[in-house]
Design a protein around this ligand. Structure first.
Ligand code: NPW
Ligand code: ADP
Ligand code: K
Length: 484
């Protein structure tokens, strides 16, 4: 599990270490880690041409100290001071001692021939888009041949939210200190951070602001069946999706639920014939959810339409005391009658994409974590806000940012698959917010596996889900026994 920490949380933890270490020691730790990653990325030091973009704060200090280390190792380092009178004094002195060039004219920065450009303009103290002089220096760096490495946070990216309100440094790598900040892995900022490298500063961090599951975290939430299990004990999922004319969503959603290995999947709806033909394993009725038999969780909405019948089915399902996942058409209906979810005592999971999200009247700016959180609190539900980094927020504020997936998932039907996966996890009795986060993780892994074979279609995800589950759990359930 990776914890994501805001700038204030990192500053508070840094203050504790700063108070008990010699002056400058923490920055030295950061700069040494930064230089080490740079050397690994560049593969050499001697003759390496390095340009430092240096702002007036401690972020510039990190860049200067790291530049000094690189210069001592034989790199040709040029530091462009964007605010010469305020450059970090100790860092600047160290850089000069190491024999580096220090310039104040942007056209002397050497960005046009640099092998490596270090962005030390702003870190967690940055506010708003880059100011004009900084933006011009970044434009030169982008036009040049050098590898673009951000120090702590790409300048111009909001470390807490990932909002990018103006110009920003489009890093290929970000070397971040002490903790991963949310803005590096979510929203627009994720696209500016590139590969994120974490340098440990030995900070004692408390509870994170948000979390990201890794494979072992999902594994821990997907127990293998035991000797005492039967198909009912392993979770029964109910699916209401699709229509007679459009059975696709029903087939995808039911298939995804089956492939996430619950004990049983029951389908109720007008796409019964298509579902029966595709999935003989499912128990299928063309009646309403109440006719389907007992389930432990419902998925309702993908391709199910928005007519009076669909509205009445949604109300019926939400009136149960079971966990319910509401997706697609059912979200459109729910946006018109949000009290149906608000008044529930059982868990409800909404899985909107951006347009579905705004239908509820919720605003969606650059802060996707904040938006999902306030929506979840507003309605007392779990909100899974889809995107390249899906955000999951629970009614109690618990928040996850997904770390798996591929842009190839931006294709029709993949959302129907996600609903089936999360529905199956809900039926196992997993906490709703964790089920949503674990489902997003598995869905993304299946997408990565499917995309390895070229462009994917949604059905490909179904084939790869068992491998995604297997990869995640590291357990094959093979003949060699359970613990080996
Ligand atoms: N605490 C520690 O010991 C450690 C801290 N560490 C490092 O310190 C960093 C935080 O340093 P920080 O607090 O000095 O702020 P920082 O990110 O350098 O930015 C402030 C400067 O940026 C300027 N500026 C603002 N917005 C701007 C914009 N849009 N465009 C252009 N400029 C803009 C702003 O200008 P001003 O508003 O004052 O005119 C001010 O000069 C942190 O990210 C990590 O790298 C590590 O070494 C570990 C030890
Ligand atoms: N650019 C992207 N990168 C990664 N994943 C994406 C991207 N765009 C969409 N996705 C994922 O693809 C799925 C699309 O779901 P959705 O929009 O509901 O599609 P549909 O309604 O066609 O099934 C979501 O899981 C979303 O997170
Ligand atoms: K930076």
């Amino acid at each position: 599990m990776t914890g994501l920490y805001t700038a204030d949380q990192v500053r508070a933890a840094e203050a504790v270490v700063l108070a008990r270490t010699p002056e400058g020691a923490l920055m030295q730790r950061a700069a040494t880690g930064l230089a080490t990653v740079c050397l690994r990325l560049a593969g050499r030091a001697v003759g390496l041409r390095v340009t430092l973009l240096v702002g007036a704060g401690n972020n510039g200090g990190d860049a200067l100290w790291a530049g000094a280390i690189l210069a001592r190792r034989g790199a040709a380092v040029t530091a462009l001071l964007l605010d010469p009178d305020r450059a970090h004094p100790a860092g600047l002195a160290a850089l000069r001692r190491a024999g580096a060039r220090v310039v104040t004219a942007p056209d002397a920065a050497g960005s046009d021939r640099a092998d490596l450009v270090l962005d030390g303009i702003t870190g967690i103290g940055g506010r708003g888009g880059l100011r004009p002089t900084a933006a011009a220096a970044v434009a030169d760096a982008v036009a040049g041949p050098g590898l673009l490495v951000a120090v702590d946070v790409p300048s111009g990216v909001d470390a807490d939210t990932g909002a990018v309100p103006g110009e920003a440094f489009p890093a290929q790598h970000t070397v971040t200190f002490g903790a991963v900040k949310p803005g590096l892995v979510v929203g627009e900022g994720r696209g500016y951070a590139g590969v994120v490298h974490l340098v440990d500063l030995g900070l004692e961090l408390g509870a994170p602001s948000a979390r990201r599951f890794g494979d072992p975290d999902v594994a821990a939430r997907l127990p293998d069946p035991g000797a005492g299990d039967d198909k009912y004990s392993r979770g029964v999922v109910g699916v209401h999706a699709g229509s007679a004319t459009y059975p696709g969503a029903a087939v995808l959603c039911t298939g995804a639920a089956l492939r996430t290995r619950p004990g049983l999947v029951r389908y109720a709806g007008t796409a019964a014939e298509g579902v029966r033909a595709a999935w003989p394993e499912a128990i299928v009725t063309d009646g309403r959810p109440a006719d389907a038999g007992r389930v432990q969780a419902w998925v309702v909405g993908p391709g199910a339409g928005t007519d009076d019948e669909a509205r009445s089915v949604l109300a019926e399902v939400l009136a149960t005391e079971l966990p319910v996942l509401v997706d697609a058409d059912a979200l459109t209906l729910l946006a018109a009658s949000p009290e149906l979810a608000h008044d529930r005592s059982a868990p409800t999971v909404l899985t909107p994409h951006d347009r579905e999200f705004t239908r509820f009247g919720w605003e969606l700016g650059g802060d996707r974590v904040g938006a999902a959180r306030s929506a979840a609190r507003d309605l007392g539900v779990t909100v899974l806000l889809k995107g390249d980094a899906t955000v999951v927020a629970g009614p109690d504020g618990t928040t996850f940012v997904n770390g798996t997936g591929t842009p190839w998932l931006a294709t029709a039907g993949t959302g129907d698959v996600l609903s089936g996966v999360v529905g199956a996890l809900l039926a196992t009795g997993l906490d709703a917010t964790e089920a949503a986060a674990a489902g997003a993780h598995l869905h993304g892994r299946a997408g990565q596996l499917a995309a390895a074979g070229g462009p994917l279609i949604a059905s490909d995800l179904l084939r790869h889900l068992p491998t995604a589950v297997h990869l995640t759990t590291g357990r094959g359930g093979g003949l060699g026994g359970s613990g080996a």
